[in-house]
Design a protein around this ligand. Structure first.
Ligand code: CP
Ligand code: NVA
Length: 313
């Protein structure tokens, strides 16, 4: 850690697209090392005396707990800021919030709707800003996912990950993560719910360097054949709950059930960022089955977030 003291220090963590393959590799290595230390009970107070402010405009279980517990384990402290209680919720400008918080804390994590709000916060903050999910991206999730895949498969490069369902924030960050790390990513979505074209194009540029292949494939059988990792997420993300009912009919074929999973490699692992709607995008049988590493994935948010904070702050 000491040798890495100036590595990505004070950078923002807004998208995996902003980091090099080498930087992501180091983030993953540090996450693995922090996990090892925590399991062995070796103290690792790299952020003693530091504070992280956490702004949540949307609900969270994993992200909040992982940042809060992670900060505690690193010897620092995390502040949970609910927009209902802070002045941001009454219309105080993001710019002013960013400048004020920068005078008091060492890092700001934000989960919000419009991605532009995170960019605006980062523009005015003097401390690192961490994207804890926007409508567009979920990069801290995918760092934890890549740690999980690496643990179970021993590598990322050359694997095939198939994402089934809505071409959403998680799908977008998986495209960036896969492209940076040389992992092939196939997104299989019903017509009209494919990933954002601009995100795909930006990820394709990254993929040229690592030779990873990124594909949008409507045909489910083709998409899942030979997959090493099968990933799914809710069909309606936070903020889209009202349209969930209408959306559902387009997605029923994309349910990750045992029959569909049997088309992937026999040793394929199953990921889901959670929270899941059991019986909708994933069956109980798959979620609780032998190929599921979903709880390892949830735990790895803690270790991944700790690596982000320890290196940035
Ligand atoms: N996967 C994830 O980000 O979970 P939370 O919404 O509970 O933070
Ligand atoms: N796509 C989901 C991810 C939740 C962690 C959402 O945005 O609600």
């Amino acid at each position: 850690m000491q040798n890495l003291s100036n590595f990505i220090r004070r950078r923002d963590f807004i998208s995996l697209h902003d980091f090099t393959t080498e930087e992501i590799k180091i983030l993953l290595d540090v996450a693995g090392e922090l996990k090892r230390m925590q399991k062995l009970g070796i103290a690792h107070p790299y952020l003693q005396g530091k504070t992280l402010a956490m702004i949540f405009q949307k609900s969270s279980t994993r992200t909040r707990v992982a940042f809060e517990v992670g900060m505690y384990q690193l010897g620092g402290c995390a502040l949970f800021l609910n927009p209902r209680d802070i002045q941001l919720g009454r219309g105080e400008a993001i710019k002013d919030t960013a400048m004020v918080l920068s005078r008091m804390v060492d890092g700001i994590m934000i989960r919000t709707f419009a991605h532009e709000e995170v960019l605006e916060l980062a523009r005015w903050a003097d401390v690192p800003v961490i994207n804890g999910l926007t409508d567009l991206l979920h990069p801290t999730q995918v760092l934890g996912d890549m740690l999980t895949i690496k643990e179970h498969k021993g590598k990322l490069q050359g694997l095939k990950l198939t994402f089934l369902g809505d071409g959403n924030n998680v799908a977008h960050s998986l495209l960036f993560g896969g492209a940076k790390m040389g992992m092939d990513v196939v997104v299989s979505s019903p017509g009209g719910f494919e990933p954002d074209k601009n995100i795909l194009a930006a990820a394709q540029e990254d993929a040229l360097k690592t030779k990873s292949v990124l594909t949008v494939e409507k045909d489910l059988q083709k998409a899942i054949a030979g997959a090493d990792v099968v990933y799914t997420d809710v069909w309606a993300s936070m903020g889209q709950e009202e349209t969930a009912g209408d959306k559902e009919k387009h997605f029923t074929d994309y349910q990750l059930n045992s029959k569909l999973l049997s088309l992937a490699k026999p040793d394929a692992i199953v990921l889901h960022c959670l929270p899941a709607k059991r019986g909708k995008e994933i069956t109980d049988e798959v979620m609780d089955g032998p190929q599921s590493v979903i709880m390892d994935e949830a735990e790895n948010r803690l270790h991944a977030h700790k690596a982000i904070m320890a290196l940035l702050m």
